[in-house]
Design a protein around this ligand. Structure first.
Ligand code: NAD
Ligand code: GLY
Length: 362
């Protein structure tokens, strides 16, 4: 087992990474204050992993809420279902929530923990690659609104993250690829050596080679933990973690939540950001070619759906948390491993990029 730490002063917390962790009581117990524990999971993950988690929590007054599966359920109605269960069980403000599942469960359960009785502790037990490398770490919690992705939420850190790499054995291939999108992101924004490693090991990752997966998860979490420790509330560099996300969120919202997976939308979004960066003269053509090639080898889309026209993209991208005083800010690339968040780009180049992809789109 590897243990990393998210250094946030008296709110610092460990990330445990390794095979077979999900059933280990000693990882949960130090992070649970009192006896009431609510496991929040979904109907896909529950049959696979609820039993070992329940066993690890023997001795606690544990209950569970099993939610429907899908991005389309990451909303206020689902949040309310969690509150119904907590109140129905008379859970007090000393209870602990456990988010067992992918990023949808982690974001929703984390936000429920942030709100319930003004805040109760929660643990992240991520079971998708995307959640293990990104969403379970860093304390961004929340739900979607029909007009915008992740628009209702809070910064609220978990007490620990228990990432059982063996749980990835049951993950569908499409979901594994979606997680690799966020892994590639770390290479692109701040870790060029890791990008190189990914170019050399993409096939092993897709074949779920244990050693390669463990390395990629640990390296991704290390990158994420460093960024979060430096800028928890996204006053500055944390925004770089949103490379591809302004385009990607437009795809997810525009297509209807759940149609394109989050990681797929981010993958196409990163290719769009790379193209715009090249058009601005900030990124050379060979770097754009390498990025598109790696995304494609990960089994991910390099182009957005053709059904969102350029004006649709602009309308959807205007509902982004990085928009400040009406100005769109984007994460763009000056090289592989070198990203900037900026509003200082030529609007004509963005239009041309959207036109280019509108012609190329799927
Ligand atoms: P997800 O939670 O929908 O999980 C993907 C699918 O895999 C679901 O059908 C799920 O039931 C299933 N699943 C989960 N674990 C499984 C397992 N071990 N075996 C088999 N099936 C399993 O999607 P995701 O990709 O994990 O997360 C995407 C969400 O995360 C989006 O809502 C996105 O906005 C959010 N996100 C949040 C952050 C953050 O910082 N909070 C960062 C990135 C993404
Ligand atoms: N996934 C973006 C962030 O955590 O900041």
């Amino acid at each position: 087992m590897q243990t990393l730490s998210v250094e946030l002063g008296d709110r610092r917390y460990p990330i445990y990474i390794g095979a077979g962790l999900i059933g280990r009581p000693e990882l949960y117990r130090p992070h649970i204050g009192a006896s009431q524990v609510m496991i929040v999971t979904n109907e896909t993950v529950a049959p696979l992993y609820l039993a070992p988690v329940r066993k690890a929590l023997e001795g606690f007054a544990a209950a569970e809420v099993i939610l429907p599966d899908g991005e389309q359920y990451k909303n206020l109605a689902t949040l309310n279902r969690i509150f119904d269960e907590l109140l129905g069980h008379r859970f007090s403000r000393r209870c602990t929530l456990i988010a067992l599942g992918g990023g949808v469960i982690g974001d929703t359960a984390g936000f429920a923990a942030a709100c319930y009785q003004r805040g109760v502790p929660f643990l992240q037990v991520p079971t998708t690659l995307l959640a293990q490398v990104d969403s379970s770490v860093g304390g961004k919690t929340g739900v979607n609104h029909p007009l915008g992705k992740n628009m209702i939420g809070a910064f609220y850190q978990p007490r620990c993250v228990i990432a059982d790499t063996a749980s990835l054995d049951t993950l569908p291939e499409r979901e594994l690829s979606a997680g690799i999108a966020e892994v590639i992101k770390y290479g692109l924004i701040r870790d060029p050596e890791f990008f190189l490693w990914l170019e050399r090991h993409m096939e092993q990752l897709r074949q779920r080679d244990r050693v390669a997966l463990a390395f990629a998860i640990e390296r991704s979490c290390r990158n994420k933990a460093e960024v979060v420790a430096a800028d928890e509330l996204e006053a500055g560099q944390r925004a770089l973690l949103n490379l591809g996300h302004t385009f990607g969120h437009a795809i997810e919202t525009g297509m209807g939540y759940g149609e394109w997976l989050h990681g797929e939308a981010v993958a196409a979004g990163m290719c769009m950001a790379a193209h715009l960066s090249r058009r601005l003269g900030w990124l050379d053509e060979s770097a754009e070619t390498r990025i598109r090639a790696l995304v494609e080898r990960a089994g991910l889309p390099t182009d957005p759906p053709a059904s969102i026209p350029p004006e649709g993209f602009l309308r959807l991208m205007a509902v982004d948390k990085k928009v400040l005083e009406g100005r769109l800010r984007l994460v763009l690339l000056r090289g592989i491993g070198d990203a900037v968040v900026t509003d200082a780009f030529d609007a004509g180049a963005l239009d041309a990029t959207l036109q280019h992809f509108s012609a190329a789109g799927l």
